[in-house]
Design a protein around this ligand. Structure first.
Ligand code: NFS
Ligand code: SF4
Length: 652
């Protein structure tokens, strides 16, 4: 919690906490304001007062008779419908589906690009990539029902690529192969009953935009069913193939040591940051940074220091132990250190302001994707065929920029936080197999049954400047620790968690924590040859939420209980992106309770809220709730878990 003195740091910036995580950021926020005149908090303050119509989801601007705003949703007077007669609920539901589509389309394109690359590798059309993980190749093939006997790796990879690519556009009305192969059986059954199993992703993405355009679907429950289906698509057209195919091409993560915090940038090295999402570019940059390390030495640097930002950062941390420099919101601060020589980006969560910020320093911002260009950035266009050439050029740009660095403008923190990450399902299973090789999940399930682990919360998503000042995520996680909740993290939450020390096993005794959880983490860590497991388990990037999905599937099917019966909750504190909405919707489709902060844009739709928080329980077993106070949110999660434990007959 905040200390008196630190609350006074800068009233314009609000009240910051005194945590390790925010301290270097505070200095850099002052610096970025001095150097560039802007920062996320400054820009947020200029949005005040925020528009409640938007927040409540009751602004419709899908046609030119509008924009229409439903004032009566809040004040019981004024407009109660749009010009076309659409009610608040119809507008809210349509807006929600459109948000979900935005996220699903992002994840689906991410997966599609990797599938296309796998196809090129399998058919020997490109040289830059290879099949790195044969075990994963076989397990994906098996899950997708592909016969592997007597086939070469490339033949299997080719069929996996074909099935994946076909899942985007096939017109046979049969369930998507990835949905059949990866959905938990209980969830699949619910979807079948609701008739929402998608047969491909492109037509349903098209349909969602169509049905929510002016003068189409006005029935709230019908729109929300389409929303649930969009969540399924996010899971099995986006997240899961993204993770699984990346594992085939780049390896499945294993437990790995690294460091976090802005302090991972080093004064005497060429600093190159990887920011974005798709490991296709990032992996090649990792390779070329190693290859050109001597070139850096020729320039007087000690070498090339590669660091990760956002989800690309998570991807390369998980697979290579690349240090985690910054979450999405801190990307501009990494540039403001004056020590970052280049930042290469691909897609998603790349703030347009980065071009402007980079131009105030010597930092070279490099865009790589034809549909993501940013004013002020150098564009080096990536394609799988040119992967090596592009990666080499990127690293050389960093070398060129390094010599222009102005030491008088550098502000670097020495704070570096050790982290342990890399907890793929395979890594977790391998670890648990040391306790029980026959039945690796049993030790974990036993701990849950006994109550040493009271429940599991997957905390996913983003750093929202609206909630960063009060350290929402850190406080939520601390409260969960106290209640013996095992916390799984992904995405930018993993950066927040790492910076706070929640991924450092050595600090486990510093945090207030239930005895059961602490002992379990120490015991299992001991088995793995560590002093303890880290307080939170880092399962990867946002698409790697699929790893949590696989874990949940494995446990629910092993126990033969509905996903919604498990003492598991999904939470997106500090939600920002449409992608986070899509992931949350997938969690709902699976049957998991979903907490968000801020609230989804549904406050203005009474019926929408009622369906998502109540009626859904009878459909997939899921429910949504929003709570802006992190301690109260944690309590609510514990209550939900308690009810689930009760229903399962577990000690409460
Ligand atoms: Ni997820 Fe990863 Fe971060 Fe949020 Fe953006 S980087 S995909 S959306 S901001 S966690
Ligand atoms: Fe207004 Fe209806 Fe047009 Fe939306 S679709 S802007 S509610 S007239």
């Amino acid at each position: 919690m905040q200390k008196e003195s630190e609350q006074k740091i800068d009233l314009k910036l609000g009240k910051f906490g005194s945590s390790m995580a925010t301290k270097p950021s505070i200095d850099l926020i002052h610096k970025i304001m001095d150097d560039t005149g802007t920062s996320s908090f400054e820009r947020l303050s200029k949005q005040d007062p925020s528009c409640w119509f938007g927040e409540w989801g009751v602004c419709c601007r899908i046609c030119y008779m509008g924009p229409c705003r439903i004032t009566s949703a809040r004040f019981n007077r004024g407009a109660s419908r749009g010009v076309c007669g659409a009610t608040a609920d119809t507008i809210v539901a349509r807006n929600l589906l459109r948000e979900t589509v935005g996220g699903t389309a992002s994840h689906a394109e991410h997966a599609f690009e990797i599938a296309e690359t796998l196809k090129l590798v399998a058919t020997d059309k490109i040289k830059g990539y290879e099949i790195k993980d044969k075990t994963k190749l076989l397990s994906v093939a098996t899950n997708l029902g592909i016969e592997v006997e007597g086939k070469t790796d490339k033949q299997i990879a080719n069929e996996i690529a074909d099935v994946t690519i076909a899942d985007f556009s096939k017109a046979d009305h049969e369930p998507m192969v990835w949905v059949k192969g990866y959905a938990p059986s209980s969830s699949y059954l619910h979807w079948k009953n609701l008739n929402i199993i998608p047969s491909n992703s492109w037509s349903f993405i098209m349909n969602a935009l169509h049905r929510t355009s002016m003068g189409n679907d006005a029935e709230v429950s019908n729109i929300l069913l389409a929303d649930l289906r969009m969540g399924i698509l996010d899971g099995y057209s986006g997240l899961t193939p993204s993770t699984e195919l990346s594992d085939i091409l780049f390896g499945t993560p294993e437990v790995v040591n690294s460091t976090a915090n802005i302090g991972v940038l080093k004064e005497d090295y060429v600093n190159l940051a990887i920011h974005g999402h798709n490991p296709l570019v990032a992996e090649k940059v990792v390779e070329w940074a190693e290859r050109l390390d001597d070139e850096a030495k020729k320039l007087g640097a000690k070498g090339i220091n590669l660091v990760g930002v956002c989800c690309s950062g998570n991807e390369v941390l998980m697979r290579h132990g690349v240090p985690m420099a910054a979450n999405e919101m801190q990307a501009e601060l990494a540039i403001a250190t004056g020590a970052l020589d280049a930042m290469v980006v691909d897609f998603q969560c790349i703030w347009p302001v980065l071009g402007e910020v980079a131009s105030c320093y010597h930092t070279k911002l490099i865009t790589t994707i034809p549909y993501v260009k940013i004013p002020g950035a150098l564009h080096i266009e990536y394609s799988p065929e040119r992967a090596d050439e592009v990666a080499e050029q990127i690293v050389r740009e960093a070398l060129k920029a390094y010599v222009k660095r102005d030491p008088s403008r550098v502000l670097l923190s020495k704070q570096v936080e050790p982290v342990v990450g890399g907890f793929s399902v395979e890594a977790i299973t391998k670890l648990l197999a040391k306790v029980n090789s026959e039945d690796p999940l049993k030790p974990l399930i036993d701990k849950i049954v006994k109550g040493d682990i009271y429940g599991v919360v997957g905390i996913v998503g983003c750093p929202n400047p609206k909630l960063r000042r009060e350290l929402y995520t850190e406080r939520l996680i601390r409260e969960l620790f106290k209640n013996n909740i095992l916390v799984l993290v992904t995405g930018c939450i993993a950066h927040i968690s790492a910076q706070e020390g929640f991924m450092n096993p050595a600090r486990i005794d510093e945090f207030e924590m239930g005895d059961g959880l602490r002992e379990t983490l120490k015991e299992l860590g001991g088995v793995a040859g560590m002093s303890s497991l880290p307080p939170t388990l880092h399962m990867g990037s946002c698409v790697d939420n699929s790893r949590i999905g696989v874990l949940v599937k494995n446990i629910s099917e092993k126990l033969n209980v509905d996903v919604s019966a498990l003492p598991v909750v999904a939470s997106a504190p500090e939600l920002i992106a449409e992608k986070a909405v899509a992931i949350g919707t997938w969690a709902l489709s699976l049957g998991l309770p979903l907490h968000t902060a801020p609230e989804l844009h549904i406050e203005g739709g009474k019926q929408v809220k009622e369906i998502l928080s109540e009626s859904l329980k009878g459909l997939t077993g899921a429910e949504t709730f929003s709570e802006m106070d992190p301690e109260k949110a944690a309590k609510e999660m514990v209550e939900i878990i308690k009810e689930k434990r009760k229903a399962l007959g577990l000690p409460i």
